[in-house]
Design a protein around this ligand. Structure first.
Ligand SMILES: [Zn+2]
Length: 917
């Protein structure tokens, strides 16, 4: 097998000490770069007394190093406009640890050099100060608490069995809390010194940088770093094969619904073959086999006799480990039908294994794969920095091939057509096995009086039963009809104006609809559309509340034109299109996206969305079954209970803002939902259709006349909004929720009276939230270790006439520190009303300006600029930078004090845990 060529645009090198680097110049986006250090070690490399310390060490990278003492890394990068958590971050998994600094401005070489110095400090200069370690224990404990819950508890118990006889079974990255709370600094240092060495490290720099200078700096910084002669080798941890099926059924009282993972283990492409075409063929095979099977599973799920609600297969890493791969089907059964559900899944797997797939199924899956690749290829000149960076990280850590996009596209288009469908069916037999060898089944089950837990024996005998059945081959119901057999009568563009401020054309059509065309060159493969109109849920009364609450879910399952939703999937195979309807209180929106190639298909789907929604009862029943299970046991999910209570408080108990309940699904009427949607889309005159992206204007105009000017219309809908759904004065909502691993959530929110919606006010609100978040991170996370995460959010509400601005602090925390968190949230706000640290605001402003530079070259963001301009009459594009630059600490303080705090509208929502029985 020939090797895949390596992209010639990336400079790869290795120093004598083993440090590997990848440097690539890329102009998308301009004037910034991303920096990474990838370590070939993770939690699998911990000793028994170090469980959790690979991850703990990652936290310590932000708590002091040789050149950046204390929070120096966070402070310094923030001064570059880099945001901790978003642009500056890291993750630890079982086999790797990766750190990143993204969106670093590169106009000054000193910023580039300093970020390389940070990577160098991370690689071997961490301070690991015992006092800082002690402070961080609470933060990591908080992270564990945040992730803990029924799935985590089942996982903790199941892992050793699922990964029997392997070290992997005992190395989930979060580790053991008794170790996190008690380890000595020396135990952490031992891991750091043993594994963080240049021969295990890769430096990846991609962006608008001078490649030579970066390379020289890397050589200079790591010069003199050596690897001890007796350095430990990274052991090859294995996961042994299993001859008999491993079936582990874990259960927990807080699980909301049952879920099964049915996994067939297999080896991945061997290390030495990874850089060859074998990798590409294998990826292609895994992807199309999963796609074909998923289409079948979806058809089964919609039959009334289906015992499962939803099932989906994919090929990938086995339980996130590097050592094995698996073909995995994830399935949610209907209540008390688990065993039959497993039987049905195994039957489809066996059917595919025995008879393979049909040529027409393969044709569709192949087209989908190739069109996805073409989309990447078409945009190759504007490939984003992070896409390259991810590829180089995978190449360094796992030897994945890194051809240029041109090579990948050309080679795929040579090889894939040459792969006959028999070859794919042979490959399918490698992914889907015919015996119990290497079969692993994991159940995450709900323990409750009304449900009967299946036993391992029952699952085992269901599988054996299927193995003995005589099956028939699958018959593909092929669709040859086009999406639209007959085109509508064309309308006309009646009037045309140009908007110089935003550089767009505005067309008024013969049916009264308005169209805005903004051509951009930000991406070569993207066109996005948003159509909005006044109306929304406020037009409907109480009798429709149940329908409205689940409307978007209900109608998402509908078909279009002559086709059911499943048939539509077949008709649209190989097309990159999406059209969606949604509705909020005061307006409804249709969004759509496509590539330039598939623009006409998108326009047809849009036309059908307005004129020919088709009821699809089986699809609705399936969707409803899925949602019903999610919401039925909602009281078991503390996060959701909190979200619902918070909404209830902030909206003054407005019923439409509340989450649906189980009875909502019983009362809702599918046909009424479709009727509401048809009503809301009946009049094109209400709508403004905004298109942004890379389209040919002449072609677009034809489509606009053909598919939009032809939409039915009547006279304008009158707006009807008189809902008051926002809290007043001081309100408190303190409650207890039952949960096993206690966690609290504290929210403090303040809102203004009516505030004019101007660019300045909206930007002051945003700046105030960002400043508060920085204050909270320092006081709540860094100084008191009360929480792993804390955020501040800004929001604008309207009752249709007036605007209300809200600032909110959100903090999930240790129940013992809930009171402290609450007082710190309030204190931060009160202090900010008096004065704001100019340094903090300076950094916030730089981050806002950085985001703006990104946003300016983003099609979806342009939809937003145009939308806000048309709706509020405000211009967030021209002059935005001046507004940001003019913000001063005094202005933000005055805004918080006079606009928000003075109004006296203050809400507190606090959830405390109550031990579960
Ligand atoms: Zn963490």
């Amino acid at each position: 097998m020939p090797k895949m060529p390596v992209d010639p645009e990336v400079r790869i090198g290795q120093l004598d000490n083993g440090l590997t680097y990848y440097i690539r110049h890329n102009n998308n986006p301009e004037h910034v770069a991303n920096f990474y250090i990838a370590q070939k070690v993770g939690s699998i490399n911990e000793n028994d007394d170090q469980r959790g310390l690979a991850h703990f060490l990652e936290h310590m990278a932000f708590n002091g190093s040789e050149h950046f003492p204390g929070n120096g890394v966070i402070e310094y990068t923030r001064s570059l406009g880099v945001q901790f958590g978003r642009d500056l971050n890291a993750y630890t998994s079982i086999d790797r640890t990766v750190y990143n600094i993204d969106n670093v401005p590169t106009t000054r070489q000193s910023a580039v050099d300093s970020c390389l110095l940070i990577l160098k400090d991370w690689s071997n200069g961490l301070t690991l100060d015992p006092a800082e370690i002690d402070k961080e224990r609470g933060v990591v404990h908080g992270e564990w608490r945040l992730g803990s819950g029924p799935s985590q508890r089942i996982q903790d118990k199941a892992w050793p069995e699922l990964l029997k006889d392997s070290k992997y079974g005992h190395r989930l990255p979060i580790g053991l809390m008794e170790i996190i709370d008690n380890f000595t600094p020396q135990t952490l240092r031992a891991y750091y010194e043993k594994w963080y060495r240049p021969d295990n490290q890769g430096i990846i720099v991609v962006g608008d940088v001078d490649v030579d200078k970066v390379e020289a700096k890397i050589k200079e910084l790591w010069n003199g770093v050596t690897v001890p002669a007796d350095a430990a080798k990274i052991p090859n941890e294995e996961i042994p094969d299993n001859n008999e099926a491993i079936i582990v059924l874990g259960h927990d009282k807080e699980m909301q619904q049952n879920q099964y993972l049915i996994m067939m283990k297999h080896d991945g492409v061997p290390e030495e073959l990874k850089p060859t075409m074998v990798s590409m063929i294998y990826d292609f095979g895994g992807s199309v086999v999963a796609e074909m099977l998923n289409q079948r599973l979806q058809e089964v799920a919609q039959q009334p006799e289906s015992a499962f609600i939803i099932a989906q297969a994919q090929d990938g890493k086995f339980l996130s480990t590097k050592a094995k791969e698996s073909f995995m089907t994830v399935m949610i059964p209907k209540v008390n039908q688990d065993v039959e559900a497993v039987r049905q899944i195994m039957r489809e797997l066996s059917r595919a294994q025995q008879f393979g797939f049909t040529p027409t199924e393969y044709e569709r899956a192949k087209e989908s794969y190739l069109s996805e690749l073409k989309k990447l290829y078409d945009n190759r000149a504007k490939t984003k920095t992070e896409i390259y960076a991810d590829q180089y990280i995978e190449n360094f850590l796992e030897n994945e091939p890194i051809p240029s996009i041109e090579d990948q596209y050309n080679l795929t288009n040579q090889i894939v057509p040459a792969l006959s469908y028999d070859v794919i069916n042979e490959l399918a037999k490698e992914f889907i096995s015919s015996s119990d060898t290497n079969l692993v089944v994991a159940g995450f089950l709900r323990e409750a009086d009304e449900v009967k837990l299946p036993t391992v024996e029952e699952v085992k005998s269901a599988i054996a039963g299927v193995r003995a059945e005589k099956l028939e081959a699958y018959k593909d119901n092929v669709i040859t009809e086009p999406l639209m057999a007959k085109l509508p009568n064309k309308g006309k563009i009646a009037k045309e104006t140009e908007n110089k401020q935003f550089g767009y054309k505005e067309l008024l059509l013969s049916n009264g609809a308005k169209v805005i065309l903004k051509k951009t060159d930000f991406k070569d493969n993207e066109i996005v559309m948003q159509a909005f109109a006044p109306g929304g849920m406020a037009l409907y009364g109480k009798q429709d509340y149940d329908n409205l609450k689940i409307l978007s879910m209900g109608i998402a399952t509908a078909g279009s034109g002559n086709f059911s939703s499943n048939e539509l999937t077949k008709v649209l195979a190989g097309k990159q299109v999406d059209v969606e309807f949604s509705m909020d209180v005061t307006e409804q929106t249709v969004t759509a996206s496509s590539t330039p190639d598939d623009l006409e298909t998108m326009m047809q789907l849009l036309y059908l969305q307005f004129t020919a929604i088709k009821a699809d009862q089986p699809a609705y029943d399936q969707g409803k079954g899925f949602m019903e299970q999610q919401f039925k046991n909602l009281s078991l999910n503390p996060q959701m209970v909190f979200a619902d209570s918070l909404q209830s408080t902030l909206t003054n108990n407005y019923p439409l803002s509340r989450l649906p309940k189980a009875e909502t699904f019983e009362k809702a009427d599918y046909n009424r939902m479709l009727q509401i949607q048809r009503e809301r889309l009946a009049n094109a005159r209400d709508y403004t259709f905004t298109f942004v992206g890379n389209f040919d204007e002449a072609v677009m105009r034809q489509y606009v006349e053909q598919y939009i000017a032809s939409l039915p219309s009547t006279k304008k809908t009158t707006k009807k909004v008189d809902v008051k759904h926002i809290w007043n004065g001081h309100v408190e909502n303190r409650f207890k929720a039952k949960m096993q691993d206690g966690q609290s959530i504290v929210v403090e929110a303040w809102r203004s009276n009516n505030v004019p919606y101007t660019v300045e006010n909206r930007t002051l609100l945003r700046a105030a939230a960002d400043v508060l978040e920085a204050v909270y991170l320092k006081s709540i996370r860094e100084e008191s270790g009360a929480s792993y995460t804390v955020s501040a959010q800004a929001d604008v509400d309207t009752d249709g006439k007036e605007y209300y601005f809200t600032l909110m602090g959100y903090c999930p925390c240790d129940p013992a520190k809930a009171e402290l968190a609450e007082s710190l949230l309030k204190q931060g706000m009160n202090d900010a009303a008096k004065s704001i640290d100019p340094e903090v605001l300076k950094k916030v402003k730089e981050a806002l300006l950085n985001h703006f530079d990104d946003d300016c070259r983003n099609n979806k963001q342009w939809l937003n600029y145009i939308y806000r301009y048309n709706k509020y009459g405000v211009d967030f594009f021209n002059g935005y930078k001046n507004v940001v630059n003019a913000i001063t600490p005094e202005k933000v303080s005055a805004f918080i004090r006079d606009c928000i705090l003075k109004s006296g509208h203050h809400a507190e929502v606090v959830m405390m845990p109550e031990p579960a029985e």
